[in-house]
Design a protein around this ligand. Structure first.
Ligand SMILES: [Zn+2]
Length: 557
């Protein structure tokens, strides 16, 4: 207590009984947060035709009052002398960061976005930090934080404060109920027609997503995931056949319409165009961000089943391993989101026994270029158990791909066909052309890495080889002022969901090549990856569904 009185001259009077009531501070903070850090919400609502009238203006004012009341209501739970300042500071900062990301990138904050935030790694965060964000946070939270820090808070005693808070809570509920009654028609119509608006209410969106995420992780039973492929077995090979070696390359943030193979006007696929590959042109992703897509891609359940699962299941990697084949997940990104926990796995920058160290120009100390995935791959393959390799190998390469917003970091200086290039992570400042140049350079580099992968597979004469490339989701590059990815699936633009999928097969499959090419415009989704990969490996299991195996109809019976 004595320490506190010497800390600031103002708080000595607070200790004596003067100063602000915590509940009053909660209401003031609610008003500030509704008015300023919610600017992306007001901007979006002001652009709607529904708000272009006097009635619309009244609705906006009433809605703002509702946002303020909800925020104050939440803060009322913490309206005690010891807790009100930390609670308001937390809300202010959450709102300021939320406002920056929503306002700058056109993203909204929902549960899957929060999953991404929770699972992200420091490297990804560094890419998102910039001066503009600092400025935005200072502007949205700086002044009230300063005032808050200086404000003395009155200590009323437990019972009296509880009484005040209860009365305050009741007042806010009455205000909210009255507003809801008055605005109900406009509110329900607006929320129904513009579903993404609710994810813009700041910072309620972040708090809701955090709670939802916590509940969802509690809802599924803990412990090991449900085993799949308990009957999995390797099918007999055709006479003269070798064990399969299937490389699944998991792409990152690659959108299908920027691949020359799919009709893009710029030469982003100079190397793959010369190889005998099939590009499937109508493939939709499972999610719009890595954390949503990756587990779904490798699941046996499909998008629907995966999203509504009541417990966790093993994935494709577990099944292939259970069938007796060798599996390796090699990562050049933030990790495998738990997919590779039970199978051999490594990061691309991990040293390989029996191979020289990674060339210095492949890694900058933080990130590695995707060519690092191929470095020492012979040694990594040879290190897998020989008896498993004799049955077959599934190798997953998880790319850095076109991970944003720092696209320019995804291609080396000598592989940038499209210039000038955007070299900041404040994408809006770059203008459309340099931004697209930087992105297309990352696609052209992926083209190179995939061609190198095929080159490596051609040397693996002990195996019947296949490469299957599939991106986890797409990306917005400023269309309709949207950037990056991660919008809720139902409202996300097609750029974030339409993904490239490219297949290359060795000479063992040449008899099927024409049939496979004939399927390039069949509508596909991430749901097809699980079954197509099992088909390529020649594994039978109760989870395998032939209609989802893209190549099933092309294989000899
Ligand atoms: Zn991703």
């Amino acid at each position: 207590m004595t320490q506190r009185t010497t800390f600031s001259g103002l708080s000595s009077s607070a200790a004596a009984g003067g100063g602000w009531n915590p509940w009053t501070l909660a209401v003031l903070a609610g008003l500030w947060i509704a008015a300023l850090p919610n600017w992306p919400l007001w901007q979006a609502l002001l652009a709607l035709p529904e708000t272009q009238s006097a009635r619309g203006a009244l609705f906006l004012i009433g809605f703002a009052a509702m946002v303020a009341a909800v925020t104050a209501l939440l803060l009322t739970l913490f309206a005690w002398r010891a807790t009100i300042k930390p609670a308001i500071a937390f809300m202010l900062l959450a709102a300021a960061f939320g406002a920056h990301f929503m306002g700058s990138y056109g993203v909204v904050i929902d549960t899957t976005m929060m999953t991404n935030v929770v699972q992200t790694d420091p490297r990804e965060v560094r890419d998102l930090l910039n001066l503009r964000m600092l400025g935005s946070v200072v502007l949205m939270a700086g002044l009230p934080l300063l005032l808050l820090w200086r404000a003395p808070v009155r200590g009323l005693g437990l019972l009296r404060q509880a009484g005040r808070n209860l009365a305050g809570l009741l007042a806010l509920v009455i205000v909210l109920a009255a507003l809801l009654f008055a605005l109900f028609a406009d509110l329900s119509a607006t929320m129904r027609n513009h579903k993404s608006m609710r994810y813009l209410i700041n910072p309620v969106n972040s708090l809701y997503a955090l709670v939802d995420l916590g509940l969802k992780s509690q809802a599924r039973p803990a412990g090991p995931p449900l085993a799949i492929g308990t009957d999995a077995r390797v099918l007999a090979r055709a006479p003269g056949g070798k064990p399969p070696l299937v490389v699944v390359v998991v792409g990152e943030t690659a959108r299908a319409d920027h691949f020359a193979l799919n009709g893009y006007a710029r030469p982003t696929n100079p190397e793959l165009a010369k190889l005998d590959v099939t590009s499937f042109r109508q493939v939709m992703s499972c999610g719009t961000n890595t954390a949503a897509s990756l587990p779904c891609m490798f699941s046996s359940l499909g998008k629907q089943g995966f999203e509504y699962r009541d417990r966790d299941h093993e994935n494709l990697l577990d099944l292939v391993q259970r069938a007796g084949m060798a599996v390796l997940w090699l990562d050049n990104q933030a990790g495998c989101k738990g997919l590779c926990e039970r199978v051999p796995n490594a990061f691309a920058h991990d040293p390989v026994a029996g191979a020289p160290a990674l060339p210095a120009n492949l890694c900058d100390g933080e990130d590695c270029l995707d060519a690092a995935l191929l470095h020492g791959l012979d040694a990594r393959l040879a290190a897998l158990p020989a008896d498993r390799r004799a049955r077959g190998v599934l190798l997953v390469l998880h790319q850095m791909g076109s991970h944003g917003p720092a696209y320019y970091k995804r291609s080396p200086p000598d592989r940038k066909p499209f210039m000038p290039e955007c070299t900041t992570n404040v994408l809006q400042q770059c203008g459309r052309d340099p931004l697209v140049n930087a992105y297309d350079n990352s696609i052209a580099y992926t083209d190179h890495v995939l061609a190198q992968t095929i080159g490596w597979l051609r040397q693996q004469s002990a195996y019947d080889t296949t490469m299957l490339y599939l991106s986890d989701h797409g990306e917005s590059l400023g269309e309709n002022n949207l950037y990056l990815h991660g919008l809720p699936y139902a409202v996300a633009p097609v750029e974030q969901k339409h993904v490239p999928m490219i297949l290359w097969q060795g000479p063992h499959a040449s008899a099927q090549a024409a049939c496979v090419r004939g399927r390039r415009d069949v509508p596909l989704t991430h749901d097809n990856l699980f079954h197509t990969t099992l088909g390529l490996l020649g594994i039978a299991a109760v989870e395998y569904k032939q209609p989802f195996d893209v190549l099933a109809g092309c294989r000899a019976p």
